[in-house]
Design a protein around this ligand. Structure first.
Ligand code: SF4
Length: 344
């Protein structure tokens, strides 16, 4: 029976500016069950990384803060913990892996010692070397004792990412947040890291929140997916129905560019325009300047809610999600009908 590990409720994140707060994550809610991998997908600037940072209050700037909402992990509300209590949760109950392992590893320290540092930071003084070797074995690294003595520059990119995952899992956390963990790796190495994450999830009953811009990565790794656009969730579903029947025009565009990139007259498919700037005020649907089926007078004025589309199991933030127009927003006649507007 699945149990809820992470429960994010109506999370809002703001940036303090001289002219007032800017909302960069708006009303985001989702869950991760124990032993489940959930994707958080979107373009650069969609708010997915800020959402992940908000879970453990690890923002890159003191100007960014949670303005409202709740983050519950294993029945405890993290958003109200003191800084000391939250520090104890990071690493111990929540591990985090980032995009470029070179940035997070000390070039002057053997990688085994770096993994052991996580254990010592949480008060473990005995058995650290044995635990490091166990972790390197778990990461499927051959000759773990030799690897533990090596420096980051002596390892490949894929091996360095496995070292970061080992460090993130050292304290046996219940949740792993992986922020674009394969983006800096070449395709064959990427496949190996994704297979490793799938095995770790199953073997350790680990909850994984996978942040990525790549729906193909989600398809290989996750059970459920949340699609973000301009700071909001715009579609939420299990992976299979989302891939079979995406209801939001943005999700359809993302899928079309991944699954059928040459679909339009032998040209690479892309969604015209760009994501609105963080915090930019935009009336109506935040996707309307780029949407090929937008309805003038409605989509540019009324904000759609994240709601069930009648024909599907998931939630979609689109006025037309239940109707026939949203079946394939990017079909040729819809594109001919309305060329997308440039983003303001
Ligand atoms: S049809 Fe309207 S509400 Fe739906 S995504 Fe397009 S602009 Fe937004």
């Amino acid at each position: 029976m699945s149990t809820t590990l992470l429960d994010v409720k109506h999370l809002c994140v703001d940036v303090r500016t001289p002219t007032g707060p800017l909302r960069i994550v708006n009303d985001v809610s989702f869950t991760v069950q124990r032993g489940e991998a959930v994707g958080l997908v979107g373009e650069s600037g969609s708010g997915k990384s800020m959402t992940a940072f908000a879970l453990i209050n690890l923002f890159p700037s003191p100007l960014v803060h949670i303005s409202s909402g709740e983050v519950w992990l294993e029945g405890r509300q993290l958003s109200t913990l003191s800084p000391d209590a939250l520090r104890a949760v990071r690493g111990a109950r929540v591990g985090m892996v980032f995009q470029d392992p070179s940035t997070y590893l000390d070039p002057l320290m053997p990688v085994g010692r770096q993994i052991a540092q996580t254990l010592r930071a949480h008060g473990q003084t005995e058995g650290c070397e044995a635990r490091v070797l166990d972790l390197l074995n778990l990461m499927e690294l051959a000759k773990p004792a030799q690897v533990a003595r090596q420096y980051p520059h002596e390892l490949s990119g894929g091996m360095r990412q496995r070292i970061l995952i080992a460090a993130a899992l050292a304290m046996k956390p219940a949740l792993l947040i992986a922020d674009e963990p394969t983006t800096a790796l070449d395709v064959t190495v990427q496949a190996g890291i994704l297979r490793l994450l799938v095995r770790l999830r199953q073997q350790l009953d680990l909850g994984i929140l996978l942040i990525t811009h790549d729906l193909a990565v989600v398809a290989q790794t996750c059970q459920r997916v949340n699609v973000m656009y301009a700071g909001e969730l715009i579609e939420q579903n299990e992976v299979a129905p989302l891939f079979a029947n995406p209801r939001h025009p943005y999700t359809q565009g993302l899928l079309r560019s991944v699954l059928n990139p040459q679909s339009r007259a032998s040209r690479l498919f892309f969604i015209p325009g760009s994501v609105p700037m963080a915090g930019q005020a935009l009336p109506g649907c935040r996707f309307h300047p780029r949407c090929p089926i937008r309805q003038p007078g409605r989509c540019d004025l009324e904000t759609p809610a994240l709601a069930p589309a009648a024909t599907d199991t998931g939630l979609t933030r689109c006025h037309l999600a239940a109707g026939p127009a949203a079946a394939d927003a990017w079909r040729e006649d819809a594109l001919a009908l309305q060329a997308p507007q440039p983003s303001p």
